[in-house]
Design a binder for this molecule. Structure first.
Ligand code: G4P
Length: 294
């Protein structure tokens, strides 16, 4: 998978994005980086750290409704221990979003204090959101900004045209997120991004992908796989991944003429069900050992 280019990103596009983000970073006090809680590491772009330098950062693990809550809690601990403040949210329902502003104020408490000492009391904190496509940046901004979005340029001193939204009395948010590209030189990373739908199916082999997902499910969440597709354990033992896909297709009655199994349809169904959360709250990544860096 490493050699499959992501068609959305080409070198010129990447350079432009990098410059844009580097420019925007200069305007803000903090960058909130959004990731997918099911794959917190694979859905980050490691370049971001380089571009933002020593700018304060908050990691937001979104879609936590779809991830295993115990593993998400471990990730939060892992990042916090590594010096990266992190919270878990679900931008779709809004769960956890209320932690965001207090956390931002906590991270920037010394900035707030310094400004107060300098008599700059009214100056709001400025933030930007960044993340790879499909992690929920727009959903989060909409949650946070809501109807306030209409009032963008009300605040005195804010230049018209700069897209700031006042999300609290003391906090302005850059209305357009920084869109990073996914980085999938490591085939395992590309695979996880594809499982969640962050990388488009047109450039992936759907059957192969679903076979890998089945193999992973059999390994990590066997009971869940058996229950969902009404399989008996003895039916699955010793099966190759492709045979497992056929079995799932057969159980779902996905046949084509001649009694053959429509494995493409079964594969599409399986991926849709995973992405739609029908298989349960499944995390595809666990925190690495402490000594490995973030
Ligand atoms: P982006 O700006 O980072 O590209 O992401 P966006 O907000 O557009 O969200 C991408 C998809 O992820 C959307 O689904 C959105 O509803 C979903 N999403 C966002 N936050 C969450 C979350 O916390 N939990 C879950 N389960 N899903 C979330 P979509 O299918 O593209 O659109 P729609 O069917 O929801 O309209």
């Amino acid at each position: 998978m490493a050699d499959i280019p992501n068609i959305q990103w080409f070198p010129g596009h990447m350079a432009k994005t990098r410059r844009l983000i580097q420019d925007q970073v200069k305007l803000v006090d903090l960058v909130a980086e959004i990731t997918d809680a099911r794959i917190p590491q694979s859905s980050r772009n490691p370049e971001l750290g380089k571009w933002i330098g020593d700018k304060r950062r908050l990691l937001i693990l979104n879609k936590s409704d779809a991830a295993d809550p115990n593993i998400t809690a471990r990730w939060i601990r892992y990042y916090e221990e590594a010096g990266i403040p992190a919270i878990a949210i679900d931008a779709k329902s809004g769960r956890g979003v209320q932690q965001f502003l207090p956390k931002v104020r906590e991270i920037l408490s010394d900035v707030i204090e310094r400004r107060a000492q300098k008599g700059m009391v009214g100056r709001p904190l400025r933030l930007m959101i960044a993340g790879i496509p499909n992690v929920g940046k727009s959903s989060f901004i909409n949650r946070l900004a809501g109807e306030k979005r209409a009032k963008v340029e009300d605040r005195p001193g804010v230049t018209v045209g700069k897209q700031w939204v006042a999300v609290a009395k003391d906090v302005d948010l850059l209305d357009t997120p920084g869109v990073l590209w996914p980085k999938f030189e490591d085939p395992a990373v590309g695979e996880r991004l594809a499982f969640t739908g962050a990388v488009k199916d047109q450039i992936m082999d759907v059957e192969l992908l679903s076979m890998r997902l089945l193999g992973w499910l059999r390994e990590e969440y066997p009971q869940l796989l058996l229950d969902r597709y009404k399989l008996k354990e003895e039916e699955t033992t010793g099966l190759e991944e492709y045979e497992l896909l056929e079995l799932v297709g057969r159980k779902r009655g996905m046949l084509i003429s001649g009694g053959e199994i429509d494995t493409l349809r079964a594969a599409t169904m399986l991926l849709d069900e995973y992405r739609g959360g029908k298989l349960g709250r499944l995390s595809l990544e666990v925190p690495p050992r402490k000594e490995a860096g973030v």
